[in-house]
Design a protein around this ligand. Structure first.
Ligand code: 5GP
Length: 114
């Protein structure tokens, strides 16, 4: 898989406003926020789309969700509520082909999403 924009952020070739990092996961503020808090949570392992997740990745995917909830608690909007979104492929609105979880908080969300 070609290095994506997010691999370059992991490798510090492209700067991002990093809010959390561990051995497996990186989280940084979205450059074009759609809510007062809009964080992207990504695995360091490059996986192109949700369709490419393998059974061996299940703990890693759980870690993305766990990190989202941890950040929501730390940032103070966990109880009020928030949204996590993962877009898949073109019709799903995916633009960077390295899976990522959007954590959106700090405002009331609409349903259905656009
Ligand atoms: P997708 O559309 O693939 O679900 O989400 C990709 C996200 O990456 C978008 O919300 C977009 O604003 C964000 N993004 C694109 N380029 C950059 C960048 O260079 N830095 C950061 N921090 N976010 C980016």
């Amino acid at each position: 898989m070609e290095p994506t924009l997010f691999s370059k952020i992991i490798d510090r070739e492209i700067l991002a406003d990093i809010v959390y990092e561990d051995d497996e996961v990186l989280a940084f503020n979205d450059i074009d926020p759609k809510a007062p808090t809009h964080i992207l949570i990504i695995p360091k392992k490059p996986i192109a789309t949700l369709n490419d997740i393998e059974e061996g990745d299940l703990a890693l995917i759980g870690r993305l969700q766990y990190t989202a909830a941890k950040l929501a608690k730390e940032l103070g909007f966990a109880e009020e509520g928030y949204r996590v979104v993962m877009n898949c492929n073109e019709a799903g609105g995916q633009s960077v082909y390295h899976i990522h979880m959007h954590l959106l908080g700090g405002r009331r969300m609409q349903w259905p999403p656009g």
